[in-house]
Design a protein around this ligand. Structure first.
Ligand code: NAD
Length: 290
């Protein structure tokens, strides 16, 4: 396929490189990032999108997605797929999909889980929203960039699944970190704490696969001085998106709101900016009840 790829940052660059390595003709565009292996660079987003079978975007937020979409939709050929893999608000995803459909394109919102490691290794999970025809067009590319793609429903369903998943992740990471900090103060050995919880009803991905305690469980950012990984500010972004969505549909999400407040304090008022989101553990360790 002829593929345009816009947004070649930490995630987009390895995803584009994997598509090129699989034999697709990939043209890229980014305002700042260097050219990934096997990709030809275009001079503008519109040039990058013009004449492609599928255009993929991997951008920081909904406002940037909307602005890039307004540039590329008029340049794309009818019947082309428009696959947005960024994590953005549900409203922006739906608005962009509507504009794309009016122009005769096949839009899919397809945010990912799996982080930079999954992007490099081609093992991402895609959660997709859009028509069956749009999903079918994008699916062979999901196979290259990832290990699983779930068609969640119509436009916006992929973003909805993503923010619900990450709301659970933020809450369970905080719960795991505060439990470790409590266990420390109760005099429990961290390895024993892991051995019990990881095989008991307190287990979760945060404990079992991404343990926030250094030297315990599988290797994780905690073992690398809490270098991300998945940065605390990205978790804050996703938690805010979950609360924006909850507000829009009048859903009661008290723990999601509390998790967003804690990550906001951590990122904006404490020293969390630039640290992995599991660095909530040293944050709790340094605090007292109050
Ligand atoms: P990043 O900041 O590394 O990359 C974004 C890229 O977009 C940058 O290279 C930037 O120059 C480019 N860009 C910004 N505005 C542009 C424009 N108008 N035209 C062209 N390029 C433009 O971010 P990332 O970590 O690659 O994340 C991308 C998206 O994936 C985000 O929505 C993020 O929430 C989501 N995500 C990230 C991870 C992760 O672990 N990093 C995991 C899952 C999802």
């Amino acid at each position: 396929m002829k593929i345009g790829f816009i947004g070649l940052g930490n995630m987009g660059a390895p995803m584009a490189a994997n598509l090129a390595a699989a034999g697709h003709a990939v043209t890229g565009f980014d305002l700042a990032a260097p050219c990934p292996d096997g990709v030809q660079m275009a001079k503008s987003a519109a040039d990058c999108a013009s004449g492609q079978d599928v255009v993929i975007t991997m951008l920081p937020n909904g406002a940037i997605l909307r602005s890039v979409a307004s540039e590329i939709i008029p340049a794309m050929q009818a019947g082309a797929g428009f696959v947005d893999c960024s994590t953005v608000d549900v409203e922006s995803a739906r608005a962009v999909a509507t504009d794309a459909e009016v122009a005769g394109l096949l839009p899919v919102d397809a945010p990912v889980s799996g982080g930079v490691g999954g992007a490099s290794g081609g093992t991402l999970t895609f959660m997709a929203g859009g028509s069956s025809a749009a999903f079918a067009k994008a699916d062979p590319l999901f196979d290259i960039m990832g290990q699983k793609a779930v068609h969640c429903g119509g436009s916006g369903a992929g973003q909805s699944a993503k923010i619900c998943n990450n709301m659970i992740l933020g809450i369970t990471m905080i719960g795991t970190c505060e439990a470790f900090a409590l266990a420390d103060k109760l005099g429990l050995d961290r390895q024993k704490m892991f051995d019990v919880v990881s095989t008991s009803s307190g287990f979760s991905w945060s404990m079992n696969a991404y343990c926030p305690a250094p030297g315990v469980g599988p290797t994780s950012p905690a073992d690398n001085d809490y270098k991300p990984g998945f940065a605390a500010e990205l978790m804050l972004k996703d938690l805010r998106l979950s609360q924006q969505a909850a507000e829009a549909v009048n859903a009661d999400t008290p723990l999601g709101q509390h998790a967003a407040d804690l990550y906001k304090a951590f990122v904006e008022d404490e020293d969390g900016l630039g640290k992995d989101f599991s660095a909530m553990l040293p944050r709790f360790e340094g605090k007292e009840r109050g």
